[in-house]
Design a protein around this ligand. Sequence first.
Ligand SMILES: [Zn+2]
Length: 205
Amino acid sequence: MQIRFAIDLSAGEYVRQRAWENARLDNCPLHGKGGCGFASHGTYSRQTPQGTKIARWYCPDGHSTFSLLPDCLSSRLPGSLIEVETAINEVESAPSQEAAACGLRIDVGLTGVLRWVRRRLFLIRTTLNLLTELLPVLQDCRPSISSFKAVLGVEYVLPALRMSAGPYLYVLPPPVGFGPRPQRKKGKKPPFQHKTGTDPPLKRE
Ligand SMILES: [Zn+2]
C-alpha cells in the first residue's frame, strides 16, 4: 500500500538529500492501537531518478507493506510527476501525438514513445475526468493540463493534485493517485486515439 510522504522537494532534491531517511510512519495504518508487530522494513530502490529509495514498513498481522511515496514521484510508474506532466503538455500543444513524440527525449523509438505517451495520457485524462466529477471547484474544467492549470493557478498541476486530493488519492489511478489502474472498456476505442490538438473549436450559433 502506498502512502503519501508529504514533502516539498523535487525528485532530484529528494535523491540528493536522501529524504527517505526522514520518512516516518509511527502507527500501523491497519491497527491504530498497535500490537501487530508493525515495524520498519528498510527501503526499496527505484530506477529513476537514479539513486531513488522509498522507505517502507511491514505489518506481520496484516501481511501488508506500506511505502511512503514523496509528492514529487509518480505512483506505479518510473520517474517524477513533473516528467509526466511535461510530456502531456507537449502532446496537448502539438498538432498530433506523433509530432509530440518526436520532441520527447525518450530513447525507445517512435512506436515505443507513442506507447509511453498514450499510456500516460489515458491515465491522466481518466484522473482529470474523475476530479471534475469529485470536486465541485473543478467541475467546469476540461480534462486537460492547461484547463486545470488555469483554474488551479499552479505551475505544475500533477504534484498539486497529489498534495490536495486527500482521501480521493485512493480512488484516483496512478501516477497521481494510489488507486487501481482503470480498465479500458472493451470494444471502445481508447480516448488517446483522438487527435489531441489545442482547444476544441468554438461552437457556432
Ligand atoms: Zn498492523
